[in-house]
Design a protein around this ligand. Structure first.
Ligand SMILES: [Zn+2]
Length: 152
């Protein structure tokens, strides 16, 4: 006997890829918590489903309120640190949603460093930005990378 027909329940969403509803991107954040009974399953944009427990979750959720599974598109800490080692502040493009300010500050300092590279100070600036990028990416807890905000 060979049970070749495993009974997989049909997936209504297809392949399990989260489908993003464009309208959800324009939902004002202020709407959250506007009414006391606005549970996570009603009222708010529920364009995604928890891959672990299957409950509908709000688009902005980084963690499932039902089972605690991280829902956000995660980033890899090792990749972030390696990017910092090899590309300095450019690693913050990888985690741009979190490190927007660091990236632009790093870029500005790097430009300043290149401009002033005639003097020794420019090299110090570039070196400082490089060290800053490595320390910053390495010091961030793994958990913050896993719970990286979902990009829509
Ligand atoms: Zn869940």
């Amino acid at each position: 006997m060979n049970d070749s027909d495993a009974e997989n329940s049909p997936d209504p969403q297809g392949s399990g890829t989260p489908q993003f509803v464009p309208a959800a991107a324009n939902t004002p954040v202020a709407a959250v918590n506007s009414s006391p009974d606005a549970g996570f399953a009603s009222g708010q944009a529920t364009s995604a489903y928890c891959p672990s427990c299957g409950k509908p979750v709000v688009d902005s959720a980084v963690i499932c309120p039902g089972c605690g599974t991280p829902l956000a598109s995660s980033r890899n800490k090792t990749v972030a640190v390696l990017l910092a080692v090899f590309l300095s502040f450019w690693t913050w493009l990888y985690t741009y949603q979190r490190d927007k300010q660091k990236f632009w500050m790093g870029l500005g300092l790097a430009i300043l460093g290149v401009i002033t590279s005639f003097f020794i100070i420019g090299d110090f600036i570039l070196f400082g930005v490089w060290v800053w990028a490595i320390v910053s990416t390495a010091a961030r807890p793994e958990r913050d990378y896993l719970m990286y905000p979902k990009t829509v």
